[in-house]
Design a binder for this molecule. Structure first.
Ligand code: ZN
Length: 86
């Protein structure tokens, strides 16, 4: 969902921007909650940090590999693909 709000905020001297309270409330982002920052083209995306599969974004992935989390479905897909490549 893309929602254009027309809200413009200025970056302060430390590079900080205040996230509008309405957005924090809508996404249940409270004080001290971790927020993940990523880039997509020329956009900066803020997302409430939750443990997610690095491949599909599924919540509560069960498998940790090299410090990254992935879900069982993605592991199965990888297994399937590497089988076919042999
Ligand atoms: Zn996955």
């Amino acid at each position: 969902m893309k929602l254009s709000t027309g809200i413009v905020r200025r970056v302060d001297e430390l590079g900080r921007i205040v996230i509008p309270i309405e957005m924090r409330n809508a996404l249940d982002i409270a004080q001290k909650d971790p927020v993940e920052i990523s880039m997509e083209g020329s956009s900066i995306i803020l997302r409430k940090y939750e443990n997610r599969c690095v491949f599909c974004g599924a919540l509560r992935p069960a498998i940790r590999f090299n410090g990254k989390l992935m879900c069982k479905k993605c592991l199965e897909k990888i297994n399937e693909q590497t089988k076919n490549e042999k």
